[in-house]
Design a protein around this ligand. Structure first.
Ligand code: AMP
Length: 143
């Protein structure tokens, strides 16, 4: 099982904001879309950062009310880590665990093709485990 299979189920929709948008506007996007992170893309479409709800909480804790009017650029992580559609579920799970983040944009030959969250990865892993258990039950029942 790999990242391409996750994207096949969940689709390739990518929610992004401009780095110049306010944190308050980006937080509204997170809320409206029911997601935990957005990519920041410049007008050419290049990914220049990622902002997750954790960044919003940190900036609010550090800056108070002022945070809401600050820009996404002031709060996002600039050094974005990507995965590939060919990466295995195990590989992306260990990337997320080792680096302590829950989102991975997916890049294929330099092109952004989707984004996965830890929720998508866990869901895929549970489905895999259920299929294996089902196959074992069948094997035992039929000999
Ligand atoms: P998360 O666990 O995804 O909410 O993010 C925790 C922290 O890691 C936040 O500061 C995010 O900006 C950052 N982060 C999340 N995903 C990535 C990623 N793929 N590459 C780099 N930083 C990330």
């Amino acid at each position: 099982m790999n990242v391409a299979q996750i994207l096949k189920h969940k689709g390739r929709r990518i929610v992004a904001v401009r780095p110049g948008e306010s944190i308050a506007d980006a937080a509204r996007v997170l809320n409206r879309e029911g997601i935990g992170a957005v990519l920041a893309r410049d007008p050419s479409g290049k990914v220049v950062g990622i902002m997750s709800e954790r960044d919003v909480v940190r900036t609010l804790a550090q800056q108070g009310d002022r945070a809401l009017g600050m820009s996404v650029a002031e709060c996002m992580t600039r050094d974005v880590v990507f995965c590939s559609p060919h990466d295995s579920i195990d590989r992306v799970m260990s990337m997320m665990t080792a680096r302590r983040f829950r989102h991975l944009p997916v890049q294929d030959r330099g092109e952004l093709v989707g984004i996965i969250s830890i929720g998508d990865v866990v869901k895929q892993r549970i489905e895999e485990t259920e299929m294996e258990a089902q196959a074992l039950r069948q094997y035992i029942a039929t000999g």
